[in-house]
Design a protein around this ligand. Structure first.
Ligand code: HEC
Ligand SMILES: [Cu+2]
Length: 443
């Protein structure tokens, strides 16, 4: 026994334990988890995944070769009983064959990674109308104006601290924190920021691109293969009809779904709560969604005329009593001061732009940038949970998403009561509940 052997034992015991515990770190990982990059669902994500796997194979190969050589040497020159003096092997420093061989093989490894990397960069920046493009067909839906059918569908994603606006300039609609795309169609995403640097990351469909103030970035996204790419994938000759039904089955089984993304660049207090959702649907369902989203909000009395409703509500608020929907709309437009920051298309005075567009807030499956969830098991909306979420959010959004910019400044003191001026008081929970009831009808 030589000095230090004891501490050596302790260290090796520690390492053994650590190695045993290591797998615990990975129990939170799932191959097909919501934001897994290992479960690509579109051509762009697929290219990135393939590139990642090439890098993994090269690294595993190197690990095995270098680790193997290391283990071989340790084993071969180990101390043997009865032979205290281990002979030092001859040093081969300066052996040109080995030196050049090592350099050449390292360069070779890098080339194996570099060639597909450059290819992938080209592919992800290709115009999708090139005949050899891996990207799919254009969306040519009925809501495009004449001349626009030939254009790729564009979605403008705008990052705000800590939520997302999604605008479809060709379709004339805007939504917040959740957007919908048709499967198998290429979409051009324009990425802008209103304040600080954010990063758009939708792992199953495409990688990450930053949103930088004062700069227009963009990326292609596409969920699922186009019909033609799918034919090629199946080993069938391209450009032929007759397999549409199988293609539909593929989309149904593997592509139609809710996808989850998030901001991937630290952007302040609530960065970790800056999520978003992308629903991928069939082209027909997409048309239906667009038609619905383009409708302005109906007047709160169920009728069509906001002006008349406004005049009546402001003239005689007591006439609304007993109808929580109308009372809620009234509070939203008056005491709630919500109109300063939110837009409800249709309403003559709710034109704010500091918060998400609420015209269709009732049709979304989440609130507060994907953080409060009320999606039902079948992908629809759980109305009870939605109501609860709306009330909790409007009543005390700071408790849910610390630092968020709803009710900033003076209004951060939203629960302090001032007996002198009841109208300046924060909304009571009952009032908030009425507003939530109205917002739920905005579908
Ligand atoms: C000072 C501006 C401001 C005012 C006033 C304001 N909001 Fe907001 N609101 C925001 C911002 C900013 C967000 C985004 C918060 C986030 O997710 O980080 C938001 C988010 C929301 C959301 C969630 C929307 C979504 O799709 O995620 C709802 C609902 C909402 N506000 C309702 C209201 C109501 C009702 C009122 C009035 C009682 C109100 N807001 C007043 C700025 C404001
Ligand atoms: Cu962000």
């Amino acid at each position: 026994m030589f000095p230090g052997q004891n501490s050596l034992r302790i260290v090796s015991k520690f390492f053994a334990l650590f190695t045993l515990a290591l797998p615990l770190l990975f129990t939170g990982c799932a191959w097909t988890g919501r934001t897994s990059t290992l479960d690509p669902k579109g051509p762009i994500a697929q290219i990135q995944f393939d590139l990642f796997m090439i890098t993994v194979y090269v690294c595993v190969f190197l690990f095995v070769v270098v680790g193997g050589a290391f283990l071989y040497v340790v084993w071969k020159y180990r101390e043997r009983p009865g032979q205290p003096e281990t002979p030092i092997p001859q040093n081969s420093h300066g052996n040109p064959l080995i030196e050049i061989g090592l350099i050449a093989s390292s360069v070779f490894m890098l080339v194996i990674i570099a060639v597909p990397t450059v290819q992938a960069i080209w592919i992800t920046h290709d115009m999708p109308d090139r005949p050899d493009s891996h990207l799919g067909a254009y969306y040519g839906g009925e809501f495009l104006s004449p001349g626009e059918e030939e254009e790729v569908l564009t979605i403008r994603a705008e990052g705000y601290q800590w939520w997302w606006a999604f605008e479809y300039p060709q379709l004339g609609l805007t939504t917040g924190n959740e957007f919908v795309i048709p499967a198998g169609k290429v979409v051009r995403l324009e990425l802008r920021s209103k304040d600080v640097i954010h990063s758009f990351w939708l792992p199953k469909i495409a990688g990450k691109v930053d949103l930088i103030p004062g700069r227009n970035n963009w990326m292609w996204i596409q969920a699922g293969n186009s019909y033609n790419e799918w034919l090629l994938d199946q080993g069938l000759p391209p450009m032929q009809e007759g397999h549409r039904a199988e293609y539909e089955n593929y989309l149904e089984a593997e592509v139609y779904d809710m996808y989850y993304g998030q901001c991937a660049e630290f952007c302040g207090d609530s960065h970790a709560y800056m999520l978003f959702r992308t629903k991928v649907v069939s082209p027909e369902e997409f048309e239906a969604w667009v038609a619905e989203q383009k409708q302005p909000a109906p007047a709160p009395d169920g009728g069509g005329d906001w002006g008349a409703w406004f005049a009546r509500a402001l003239g005689d608020p007591s006439s609304l009593a007993g109808d929580p929907i109308q009372e809620g709309a009234y509070l939203y437009h008056t005491k709630g001061t919500c109109i300063q920051c939110h837009k409800v298309e249709g309403s003559p005075s709710s034109n704010g732009v500091l918060g998400p567009d609420l015209t269709k807030v009732g049709s979304r499956t989440s609130l507060a940038a994907g953080w409060m969830d009320h999606m039902s098991a079948d992908g629809g909306i759980n109305a009870g949970k939605q109501y609860e979420n709306l009330v909790d959010w409007i009543y005390a959004s700071q408790d849910i998403k610390p630092g968020n910019l709803m009710y900033y400044g003076d209004n951060a003191l939203q629960h302090i009561i001032n007996p002198e001026d009841p109208d300046a008081n924060p909304l009571t929970r009952e009032e908030v509940a009425k507003i939530a009831t109205w917002l739920q009808t905005l579908q």
